[in-house]
Design a protein around this ligand. Structure first.
Ligand SMILES: C[S@@+](CC[C@H](N)C(=O)[O-])C[C@H]1O[C@@H](n2cnc3c(N)ncnc32)[C@H](O)[C@@H]1O
Length: 242
């Protein structure tokens, strides 16, 4: 489709969303704005992009700046436990049958397309024996897990990891805002060795940043061996101390 056609469709979607907002039809407006967001990057039109963000904010949805991340295969031969491995199932796409993906949502797992072994299980109540895994991962999963459960998940991951096992997490900063928004959405591009995944993760608002996870690491006797922050995205590589 040409850029001009895209711009026409976008303007139409934005107009309809504005009318729906004025009529109090939030759900319809949300749907149109997500559609608009999906095509706005093709037009590279910052005015339209800003307009969409403003309208999303008007209905209580906060859009973080688009994030991108490049992932290479992890250096491990054993099984990888992926916490919250539904959704795009990025770790399962990266490591296929080496991955045991657990998620509380059967629907999320059944919609995930990769070769991981998928099990309905809660990250705060892992059913594996202690010392089972060399590596655990959580790729943009903690943002979906209520903050009150984060500490329990760390405790459980510590239990099922072998000594010197690694806990790798990638997540996004969710800031505290003066105006309370209902939902936080992060558009994300994931570059894998053989494919590029374009997605968006949206959750109910709960603030988090890298320091929150570093404190949990300390509390649960993990050593931080690597960390980085790029834009709003951060990564921690933790090792279970014995
Ligand atoms: C949408 S995914 C996020 C990204 C995902 N890791 C990927 O690769 O695309 C986050 C998942 O965490 C799951 N989740 C939420 N709370 C959980 C918990 N306590 N234990 C395990 N999974 C949980 C949600 O059901 C959701 O499918």
């Amino acid at each position: 489709m040409s850029v001009m056609n895209d711009e026409k469709n976008l303007s139409q979607l934005i107009k309809e969303a504005e009318l729906n907002i004025a009529a109090g039809k939030q759900k319809e407006a949300e749907h149109q704005l997500f559609q608009a967001f999906g095509i706005v990057h093709q037009t590279r039109n910052p005015t339209l992009a800003r307009k969409i963000t403003e309208l999303l904010e008007k209905i209580g949805l906060f859009l973080s700046p688009p994030q991108s991340i490049e992932l290479s295969p992890l250096a491990t031969e054993g099984f990888i436990l992926d916490i919250g491995g539904g959704g795009e199932g990025i770790i399962g796409k990266l490591h296929g049958p080496q991955v045991v993906a657990i998620d509380t949502s059967e629907r999320e797992l059944s919609e995930t397309r990769n070769e991981a072994l998928k099990i309905v299980m809660d990250g705060s109540d892992l059913k594996f024996l202690p010392n089972s895994f060399d590596v655990c991962t959580a790729f943009f999963s903690f943002m979906y897990i209520p903050k009150s459960e984060h500490s329990k998940v760390f405790q459980e991951v510590n239990k099922v990891l072998k000594d010197n096992g690694q806990f790798l997490l990638w997540d996004v900063r969710i800031p505290s805002l003066k105006k309370q928004n209902r939902q936080f959405i992060v558009p994300l591009t994931v570059q894998l060795p053989n494919e590029t995944v374009q997605t968006g993760y949206g959750v109910r608002w709960q603030t988090q940043d890298i320091n929150h996870f570093k404190e949990l690491a300390k509390e649960h006797k993990f050593k931080v061996v690597d960390e980085w922050t790029e834009s709003e995205t951060f990564h921690l590589k933790l090792v279970k101390k014995h």
